[in-house]
Design a protein around this ligand. Structure first.
Ligand SMILES: [Zn+2]
Length: 263
């Protein structure tokens, strides 16, 4: 299962899509802008294995902020949102105010709509992300993707109920492995973050997201099978959360593994 993938951005996206249909159980395709969401939804069918969500990536906040209203309206009929969030790193911090405006609007809209599942970017900005989430009770479920901030902020996020999506590229770094040890093991799911994420120079593919179980088993000091089982059962629960939101909203997506949930 891959809970954070930019499948539309692989050089050969259609081929990756076809292969992913055969080789994965589930892919959450997070888009980087509302227009990209509209285009991707037209080109790639949202099958039962593919969940496609509208987003507005903080790295393009300055170029895409004019699409915020489109995003807010797309959120009405989609139970997930992403990629969304804040980036406080030197390269993007000059637009931090704009990013904050977008992120606050989205999280507030999630609460207004009765809750959404968010795939969140929080590089060098986890504190601000958590402050905004805390200020909007009822926003839904936050999945912090490729978390890189401090152990104390990770702990705060865990205490406030956040989930974490972890991929093979994150586990290549010592800091990533150290943080993974501290994550709540019943709220960790696998991701690829492809094609941005690379391991040894190669794009991480959606069907390789599950290989993170090997490194997680080392970090958690459990068997690889136990780590895989945890990732799978967490993944199914997260899919159910998406489904729970479907029941309250008007969204159309349904996952076959969650057939018993909702109607
Ligand atoms: Zn991403």
């Amino acid at each position: 299962m891959d809970f954070h993938c930019h499948l539309d951005l692989y050089p050969d996206a259609k081929q990756v899509y076809i292969e992913a249909l055969q080789r994965t159980e589930f892919v959450w395709l997070v888009t980087t802008s509302p227009r990209a969401y509209a285009a991707t939804s037209r080109v790639l069918a949202a099958t039962q294995k593919f969940f496609i969500s509208p987003g507005l990536h903080p790295e393009v906040a300055d170029k895409k902020h004019g699409e915020l209203d489109m995003l807010l309206s797309q959120m009405e009929t989609c139970t997930g949102v992403g990629e969304i969030g804040l980036d406080g790193s030197a390269r993007y911090s000059q637009h931090f105010e704009l990013q904050t405006h977008i992120f606050k609007s989205v999280v507030g809209n999630c609460a207004r709509l009765g809750g959404r599942v968010l795939s969140i970017h929080s590089r060098a900005a986890a504190e601000e992300v958590l402050n905004i989430l805390d200020a909007n009770p009822g926003f839904g479920t936050a999945v912090l993707h490729w978390f890189t901030d401090s152990p104390s902020l990770l702990q705060r996020a865990a205490e406030s109920g956040c989930w974490f999506s972890v991929g093979p590229a994150m586990m290549e770094s010592g800091n990533g492995r150290k943080l993974a040890v501290l994550m709540p093991r019943d709220r960790v799911v696998s991701e690829s973050d492809g094609p941005f994420a690379k391991v040894r120079g190669a794009h991480v593919m959606p069907w390789e997201a599950n290989t993170v179980a090997i490194k997680l088993s080392e970090a958690w000091r459990v068997s690889k099978d136990d780590a895989s089982i945890a990732l799978k059962s967490n993944g199914l629960r997260l899919i159910e959360l998406l489904m729970a939101n479907v029941c309250h909203g008007s969204a159309i997506w349904r996952h076959p593994l969650s057939a018993s949930v909702g109607s």
